[in-house]
Design a protein around this ligand. Structure first.
Ligand code: WT7
Length: 635
C-alpha cells in the first residue's frame, strides 16, 4: 500500500487515521519519498496558533522548480508539460514539453536576474493566460523572487494597490490580451497603474496581440529579444523550506486586499499530493483546469501541483462562450482531456444553453470532473454528472481557499462515494471542526456551525504580507487555537460536510471572492452618493450577484437614476474590475441602522433575496421607517 496514492476507501480511511494520529511521521514520509531536496529538514513541524506561527520542514533546502521540472527531464523530457490552447480555435495549440519548459524557464530566469531581480524581490505578473504567464511564475521561483500574480482582468487601481502593498520591483505584462472576440489593452492599464507606483523599475512586455503600444524609455522592454539572448541554463536558487514562494491577494470583508503569503516546501508537498489523489492522475493523462493562473486554483492546480507530478496541464486562453458555448467540449474532444476542473458558475452558464452543443463532441475521454469556488447547487451538480460525465465520471466538489493553498474537503474519485452538493470528507491530514456561536466545538453528526481547522496542514498561508496582526485577527481570533475559514458548514449523518456559504461580508460572485467594503468605498467616491450597502442575492448563473442600496446626497435634485447607475458601475469597474459591478441598484432615502449606527445588512440581504416574510423585529432600529419603503421599492 502506498500512502502517496490512495486507491480505495479502506485505504483512505487507514491513511487518514494515520495522518491525524501522527501528522509529522505521515508528512515526513511523503516528503522523503516523493520530492527532491538539496538538504533534509531538522524538524517536520513547529506550530503555535496563538501567535500564529507555523513552520513545516524547517532546515530543509530545495527549489520547487527542480521538483516541477528538472527531475522529470530524464524520464519525461519529451512529454507535454503545458498544453496551450489559444483563444482563437483556428490558431494551433502549443505542446510545450518538459525539456522546452526547462529551457524557457531558465531563459526567463536569466532575464530576471539581468534586470536586477534577486532572491526575495517581489515581481508582479500581470499577464493573460498565455504560456509566458506560467513560465514567468516558474522563473521567479527558480531564482527565489516572490511572485505576485494579479489576475489580468483587474483594473489599474486594483493593480497599483497590489503592486504598492508588496513593493514590487518589476512588472511583467503583455501588450494586450484576447478575450473571446475582444482585445484588452493590458499595457495601457499597467501604464496607468504605474503612475502611482514608485517601486517599479522595470516592465517586461510579452507580445501577444501585436498592438501599437507606448514603451517608456528606461523602464519598458520587450521580452522576446531578451529571452532570445538568454542562456537556457540557470542554476536553481537554494531556498529554505519556509522562504516565501508567492503572494496572492484575496479580498477581505473589510479593508484592502490581503496579500496571502505562501511558502515553499509545505505548499509544494500539499499541492502535489492533493493533485495526485483528488484527480487520480495517471501518467499520460491530460488534465485541464479552466481557472486563470491569477487565482489560487491556477497557481496550485494548473502550475505547481500538476507539474510536481510530471503531468500534462492544459492552459486555455479563452472563454467558455467563444466562438460558442461548445468551446469547452470541443477542447475536451480535441485534446482528449481526462480530468476536467471548473467552477459552478461556468457549469450553470453552459447548462443554460442546453445539450446540443455538448452532444456534438466526444467526451468519452473524461474520467473525473471537478468543481471549485462556491457551493455547487443540486441542479448544476446533476447536469454536470449526467450531461458531461454521463454518470460515469465522479464529481469532486473541492472546498478550499486562497488561504489554504490546496484542497481541504473533497471526495477522492472512485474512493469516496459522492453526494450531490456535498464536499464530503476531509482530505488526508486535514482536521476540520464545526463551532457554535459560543466558540464550542459541535460534536457528533447532523450538526451545523462555523467551519474551522484545528491542526496545521503543510500548504496553509503563513501570514498576510506586511500585516501579521491582521492575519492573526482574521483567521485565529474568532476561535481559540483554530483556523477560522469564514464559511459555514453542516455535517450530515455519516460525517459528510456540506459548505453552506460565507458567514462574513464576503460575497462569491461567479466564483470570485468579493469583499463588500472595497465596493462600497468605490461607490462612495461618486460625488452624488452619500452612503451605500452591498449585499448578495441568489442568481441563476453567478450563484450570487450584487445588490446595492444607495442613498444620495441630495434627493431634491432630480438626477437621472439610469445614468447614475451606469456611472456607479463604471466607477466600480475602474476601481476594482468589471466582476464587481452591481446587478441591481436601488436608490433609497435611508439605510436601516442599529442604534450604534451599524448598517443592518442581514435585513437588506433578506429584502434583496425576496425573503420578506421573516424580517424579524425591526422596531429596535434607529430608523425603522425606512424598511417599509425599501421593501416597497425593491427591484
Ligand atoms: C471561498 C474561497 C479555492 C479556490 C477558489 C476560491 C468558497 C470554494 C467551494 C466549494 C463551497 C466553496 C468558500 C471559500 N468555496 N470552494 N467547493 N463549495 N464553497 O478561492 O477566492 O479564496 O474563495 O470560496 O466560501 O471560503 P477563494
Amino acid at each position: 500500500m502506498s500512502n502517496y496514492h490512495i486507491k480505495n476507501f479502506p485505504e483512505y480511511y487507514h491513511v487518514y487515521r494515520n495522518s491525524v494520529r501522527e501528522p509529522e511521521t505521515f508528512w515526513e514520509e511523503i516528503a522523503e519519498e516523493h520530492f527532491v531536496w538539496k538538504k533534509k529538514w531538522d524538524k517536520v513541524l513547529e506550530w503555535d496558533f496563538s501567535k500564529p506561527e507555523i513552520k513545516w520542514f524547517e532546515g530543509a533546502q530545495l527549489n520547487i522548480t527542480e521538483n516541477c521540472i528538472d527531475r522529470h527531464l530524464a524520464t519525461r523530457g519529451d512529454k507535454t508539460a503545458i498544453l496551450f490552447e489559444p483563444n482563437n480555435p483556428s490558431e494551433p495549440a502549443q505542446h510545450i514539453t518538459y525539456n522546452q519548459l526547462s529551457e524557457r524557464v531558465n531563459q526567463f530566469a536569466n532575464v530576471l536576474k539581468e534586470n536586477g531581480i534577486k532572491k526575495g524581490d517581489r515581481v508582479c505578473i500581470y499577464v493573460p493566460m498565455i504560456p509566458e504567464l506560467a513560465i514567468a511564475t516558474l522563473a521567479c521561483a527558480r531564482i527565489g523572487a516572490i511572485h505576485s500574480v494579479v489576475f489580468a482582468g483587474f483594473s489599474a487601481t486594483a493593480l497599483s494597490t497590489r503592486i504598492n502593498d508588496s513593493d514590487c520591483k518589476m512588472v511583467i505584462t503583455s501588450d494586450g490580451s484576447y478575450r473571446g472576440s475582444k482585445t484588452i489593452d493590458l499595457k495601457g492599464i499597467v501604464d496607468e497603474a504605474l503612475e502611482s507606483c514608485n517601486s517599479v523599475e522595470t516592465v517586461l512586455v510579452a507580445k501577444r496581440i501585436n498592438s501599437d503600444i507606448n514603451m517608456k524609455e528606461g523602464r519598458d522592454q520587450w521580452l522576446q529579444p531578451l529571452l532570445d539572448e538568454a542562456s537556457t541554463v540557470c542554476e536553481a536558487e537554494v531556498m529554505e523550506a519556509e522562504d516565501p514562494l508567492f503572494i496572492l491577494y484575496t479580498s477581505g470583508s473589510t479593508g484592502s486586499p490581503k496579500g496571502m503569503v505562501h511558502t515553499t516546501a509545505g505548499y509544494m508537498i500539499y499541492t502535489a499530493y492533493t493533485f495526485k489523489n483528488a484527480f487520480q492522475y495517471r501518467e499520460n493523462d491530460v488534465y485541464w483546469c479552466t481557472a486563470d493562473i491569477g487565482w489560487i486554483t491556477g497557481h496550485s492546480y494548473i502550475v505547481y501541483g500538476p507539474l510536481a507530478n510530471g503531468a500534462t496541464s492544459v492552459m486555455f486562453e479563452g472563454v467558455p462562450s467563444y466562438p460558442d458555448f461548445g468551446r469547452f467540449w470541443e477542447i475536451v474532444e480535441k485534446h482528449k482531456v481526462n480530468q476536467f476542473y471548473t467552477a459552478p458558475t461556468a457549469i450553470r452558464a453552459l447548462a443554460k444553453h442546453g445539450t446540443a452543443l455538448v452532444d456534438k463532441y466526444d467526451l468519452s475521454s473524461l474520467k473525473v470532473l471537478g468543481s471549485v469556488g462556491e457551493p455547487i447547487n443540486e441542479e448544476a451538480w446533476h447536469w454536470y454528472n449526467d450531461t458531461i460525465g454521463k454518470k460515469k465520471s465522479p464529481i469532486i466538489d473541492t472546498w478550499w481557499q486562497t488561504e489554504t493553498g490546496g484542497m481541504m474537503i473533497t471526495p477522492i474519485p472512485f474512493v469516496t462515494p459522492t453526494k450531490p452538493t456535498y464536499a464530503t470528507l476531509p482530505f488526508i491530514g486535514i482536521q476540520p471542526c464545526l463551532m457554535d456561536e459560543n466558540g464550542n466545538e459541535l460534536q457528533g453528526n447532523q450538526v451545523e456551525g462555523r467551519l474551522c481547522i484545528k491542526y496545521p496542514w503543510p500548504s496553509m498561508a503563513r501570514t498576510i504580507w506586511g500585516n501579521h496582526q491582521r492575519y492573526k485577527e482574521t483567521y485565529f481570533s474568532a476561535y481559540k487555537n483554530c483556523y477560522f475559514t469564514g464559511d459555514g458548514a453542516l455535517r450530515d449523518e455519516v460525517g459528510y460536510y456540506r459548505i453552506t456559504g460565507r458567514v462574513d461580508d464576503v460575497i462569491i460572485v461567479s466564483g470570485h471572492n468579493l469583499g463588500t467594503a472595497p465596493i462600497e468605498d468605490a461607490i462612495n467616491e461618486h460625488p452624488a452618493v452619500a452612503e451605500s450597502a452591498i449585499v448578495g442575492f441568489p442568481h441563476d448563473i453567478k450563484g450570487s450577484a450584487l445588490y446595492g442600496y444607495i442613498t444620495l446626497k441630495d434627493l431634491g435634485e432630480s438626477r437621472d437614476h439610469t445614468n447614475l447607475s451606469k456611472e456607479i458601475n463604471q466607477l466600480i469597474a475602474d476601481k476594482i474590475g468589471p466582476i464587481a459591478k452591481l446587478d441591481k441598484i436601488q436608490f433609497t432615502e435611508g439605510l436601516p441602522k442599529t442604534r450604534s449606527g451599524k448598517i443592518m445588512r442581514r435585513l437588506l440581504r433578506k429584502i434583496a433575496s425576496n425573503e420578506l416574510d421573516n424580517l424579524g423585529d425591526v422596531s429596535t432600529l434607529l430608523n425603522p421607517e425606512v424598511v417599509e419603503s425599501i421593501k416597497e421599492n425593491r427591484l
